[in-house]
Write a protein that binds this ligand. Structure first.
Ligand SMILES: Cc1ncc(COP(=O)(O)O)c(C=O)c1O
Length: 371
């Protein structure tokens, strides 16, 4: 085996041909592919509204603004996530409060959330780690009763469902990432879905400088009003085209991911010293996560055998200097998050990963576990 990459995009020569056509056309942003990709996202997720943005971080930031989070508010986020989840809260002046996670899935749950609730809690951002849907129904119910806003960070979860409904539809908004390692890649890029018209209109304005009319709505070029502060969080049209073509084929991509996950599941089921969440058809398998002791040894061994992996994530956010110092956080705030951070490895999962490669990865892990 030459080497097994951690991630490979699903971009075809035809996509590249179309993208170069767009670049040659001179219409690089505000174009038809932004509309097409947004429409395709609505069709795929069954959300009423969708807005393309320049990254998932931008989508999370705009969602927090649309929720009205501000200084003095506390927003609960999982301790085990990308720093973008908490940063989005901090951009608004509100405080990110870190909840512990399940030691196998890496997802937070109602139990851990309740421990962090205070009378300042105004919102929760849930993360569907590795594509595994959170126990979202009970959290949604809790939020309704407590009048707490819910944002879903679906950066890992395009194609993940809970009770047959696409994730991102349970909270006030759902935010997706199209970073190069994700299920769909546009370079940088993201999207927000929502089923609330007012939130949609707010985010649409916020993403483009607070301007009251988009290009198509303007009667005279250059004539518009600015009714509020806004940002430039647009996605370019050639990125939108890349995303659109990949999403059109995504059903097949997802079937392949699930097949690969089933194979990992089967070949690693009896492996000593490793654990992983049990197979679920609701999971879109951004990666195949495993938990192991002596992670450094395993990583070294896999690398020696030219198997490339990743870690999501190696440090709980409560241990990151910025948050630790700002909020004077306890050394080991969330026990499970620490365990998860020390033991998780992300094995590759993408449609181009061959059966032989999966078998090779598993044989190496099995070989190590017998040592
Ligand atoms: C859980 C999570 N949220 C948010 C982000 C930020 O996404 P982006 O890079 O599109 O801003 C990431 C990035 O990987 C992530 O893993």
């Amino acid at each position: 085996m030459k080497k097994v990459e951690f991630s490979k995009q699903n971009i075809l020569p035809l996509d590249i041909k179309e993208v170069s056509k767009i670049i040659k056309s001179g219409w690089l942003t505000h174009g038809k592919y932004t509309d097409l990709f947004e429409k395709e996202l609505r069709k795929y997720t069954k959300a009423k509204y969708s807005i393309l943005v320049s990254s998932c971080t931008a989508g999370l930031h705009l969602s927090c603004l649309a929720m009205g989070f501000k200084k003095g508010d506390e927003i609960i986020v999982p301790d085990m996530t990308h720093t973008a989840t908490a940063h989005a809260v901090e951009y608004t002046g509100a405080k990110a409060v870190f909840a512990d996670v399940d030691p196998i899935t890496g997802n937070t749950n109602l139990n851990y959330i309740k421990r962090k609730i205070t009378n300042k809690t105004k919102g929760i951002i849930l993360v569907h780690m590795s594509g595994i849907p959170c126990q979202i129904e009970e959290i949604t119910k809790f939020c309704k009763v407590k009048r707490i806003k819910l944002i879903e960070d679906c950066a890992h979860a395009l194609g993940s469902t809970y009770k047959r409904k696409h994730v991102g539809n349970y909270g006030q908004t759902g935010c997706f990432s199209f970073y190069p390692t994700k299920q769909i890649a546009t370079g940088e890029g993201g999207a927000v879905i929502t089923n609330d018209k007012q939130i949609f209109l707010k985010i649409k304005r916020l993403k483009a400088f607070g301007i009251d009319k988009d290009l198509k709505e303007r009667k005279k070029a250059g004539v518009y009003d600015v009714k509020s502060l806004g940002y430039n969080y647009r996605m370019t049209d050639f990125q939108a085209a890349l995303g659109f073509f990949q999403l059109k084929r995504y059903k097949k991509n997802l079937i392949k991911r699930k097949k690969i996950a089933k194979k990992f599941n089967k070949l690693l089921l009896k492996t000593k010293n490793i654990k992983f969440p049990k197979y679920s058809n609701d999971n879109s398998y951004f990666i195949f996560p495993i938990l192991c002791k002596n992670r450094d040894n395993v990583l070294k061994f896999l690398k020696k055998n030219k198997i490339f992996t990743s870690i999501h994530y190696a440090t709980p956010l409560s241990k990151m200097s910025f948050y630790k110092k700002k909020y004077k956080l306890k050394l080991n705030l969330n026990k499970n998050s620490l365990i998860y951070a020390k033991s998780n490895i992300s094995l590759p999962n993408y449609p181009k990963l061959s059966n032989l490669e999966v078998e090779y990865i598993c044989s190496k892990i099995n070989q190590l576990s017998k040592k």
